[in-house]
Design a protein around this ligand. Sequence first.
Ligand code: MG
Length: 201
Amino acid sequence: MKIICIGRNYAEHARELNNEVPEKPVFFMKPDSALIRNNKPFFLPPFSKEIHYETELVLKISRLGKHIEEKFAYRYYDEIGIGIDFTARDLQRECKAGGLPWEIAKAFDGSAPVGEFISKKELPDPVLFHLDINGRTVQKGTTADLLFSFDRIIAYVSQFVTLRTGDLIFTGTPAGVGPVKKNDRLQAYIGSRLLLDFLVK
Ligand code: MG
């Protein structure tokens, strides 16, 4: 399986990182070794002094597809979850300054904790989500603020990359990203449902 991540999909977040609001989706990938399941802890990596959380809704691809038309894209995912796109912000700044790829800042082991998935049929429109750290809400989002809808993302990405059953798409983070530190407890919710709950070690 592969993990595809959309960048700059909420205008306020693009602005907080001084990025332009894009005209088409931006995506990058993480390897399967980035995945953390079952609320296992995230270990701070030694190569960064500034690991940021980015809370994102995650689509689970449910069938094989390539060149998917936007109007049929809804058929390619049944479940939605929530995950953290951990980012070594210090390394990312260096990559951006050098015009280099982002992998060392984004694709490292453990950089993609993902919680339980729920059927998209159970979700309201728009979908609200948030992250609490140590019991305090630090980031909130709503799909009403997406620049590119889930269907548009699937159509766009599948022009370049075949989507396979079990692939995950992180759909971008709203404004409010920030650092994590040792012993933080991260709890991510869709609506009022706690779907991801883990410790930073
Ligand atoms: Mg992100």
